[in-house]
Design a protein around this ligand. Structure first.
Ligand code: HEC
Ligand code: HEC
Length: 297
């Protein structure tokens, strides 16, 4: 029974369908064209003194309507599946439609996927339609945080259009940021530095790379606590996501209040991972879009 309908059952279903169709047709025709002539006003049965069979016949347009529907049904069942397992002259099926549209998808994008996977980033970037696709993917997945122009949003989401990369700007590093996400972890230093220490450290950070840092009262503490991540010169460390502190690009701002807040409380920015949500082609298009001037593989 598992592979029902077998040919036997399919035959039964087809026969039943056809027989009931013919029966229905006969019934309709017999109502309109029974040959027992015009009913006599006195033919029995008679109800209510003068009401009798045929005294108020069904209008002819009903007949034409029913006939048209029947012709439609016959044509429909010849073209589409409906009679048992007969596939219909058009060989239509829901599964077939899926297979067709998948084949369309493959023939339309199969070549592009290969091109995107194997092409040089610089070459891909010259293809305006690929850039448009990449921008569309960005708008849908990234713009909520990074903004539609990818220029970041106030003190929370980094600008992706500048040359300053917290986690590195090579195509591989950008791909890693997108695929695996990033979790920045800078703890707060309020307890270690104290209020005054925080104020001094903020001042030190401002002066880093601009002269005036040497001999600054916070210098030794910087060398003690901050150097491991941000480097002696404040250049940062892409592996840890520790930003460059001397390039005048600020994720969280460089006014006194922002700097003190960062130093006292720490920051833990998080970029969600997209490795599961986007496929390889989409991720590569984004890398192409964001790595702008890099000569990627
Ligand atoms: C464990 C490594 C680590 C240490 C130690 C560390 N930081 Fe950071 N720092 C980071 C990371 C990572 C970020 C980025 C946080 C983010 O993206 O949310 C950061 C961000 C900052 C920022 C914000 C930069 C911007 O662009 O807005 C400042 C300022 C800063 N650190 C200063 C300091 C100072 C001063 C110290 C020493 C008291 C210090 N950090 C110690 C890892 C560290
Ligand atoms: C929920 C908000 C959010 C979404 C959505 C988001 N990001 Fe991010 N992204 C962040 C934050 C926050 C950071 C900074 C993390 C940190 O502080 O280290 C970041 C960092 C990055 C970085 C590293 C920047 C650097 O300077 O190294 C890249 C690249 C990036 N995002 C690309 C993307 C792309 C591409 C998408 C879309 C597929 C995306 N992001 C979607 C919040 C988001």
């Amino acid at each position: 029974m598992a592979d029902m309908p077998t040919d036997f059952w399919s035959g039964w279903i087809a026969t039943l369908t056809i027989v009931s169709f013919i029966g229905l047709a006969w019934f309709v025709f017999s109502i309109y064209f029974s040959d027992d002539g015009e009913p006599e006003a006195t033919d029995p049965p008679v109800w209510d003194e003068d009401l009798h069979e045929g005294s108020n016949p069904a209008p002819m347009w009903w007949f034409w309507l029913i006939l048209a529907l029947m012709v439609f049904s016959v044509i429909y069942m010849m073209l589409y599946p409906g009679l048992g397992s007969y596939a219909g002259a058009l060989k239509w099926s829901q599964g077939g439609r899926l297979i067709d549209s998948f084949a369309d998808y493959e023939s339309e994008f199969g070549g592009i996927r290969k091109l995107v996977a194997e092409g040089q980033l610089n070459t891909l970037r010259e293809d305006a339609s690929l850039v448009t696709s990449a921008e569309r993917i960005f708008d849908r997945n990234c713009a909520a945080c990074h903004g539609y122009d990818a220029a970041g949003q106030a003190a929370n989401f980094p600008d992706l259009t500048d040359a300053d990369w917290q986690w590195g700007g090579t195509p591989e590093q950008i791909e890693q940021s997108i695929r695996g996400g990033r979790k920045a972890a800078m703890v707060g230093w309020a307890a270690v530095l104290g209020d005054k220490g925080v104020v001094q450290m903020a001042d030190y950070v401002k002066k880093l790379g601009r002269g005036g840092a040497d001999g600054h009262p916070a210098q030794s503490q910087y060398n003690q606590f901050c150097i491991a991540c941000h480097g002696a010169d404040g250049g940062g460390n892409a592996v840890l996501g520790a930003p460059n502190l001397i390039d005048d690009v600020w994720l969280y701002g460089n006014d006194d209040a922002a700097l003190r807040h960062t130093i006292a409380n720490g920051r833990t920015g998080e970029m969600p991972a997209f490795g599961e949500r986007l496929d390889d082609t989409q991720i590569r298009l984004l890398v192409m879009l964001l790595s702008r001037d890099a000569n990627g593989p």
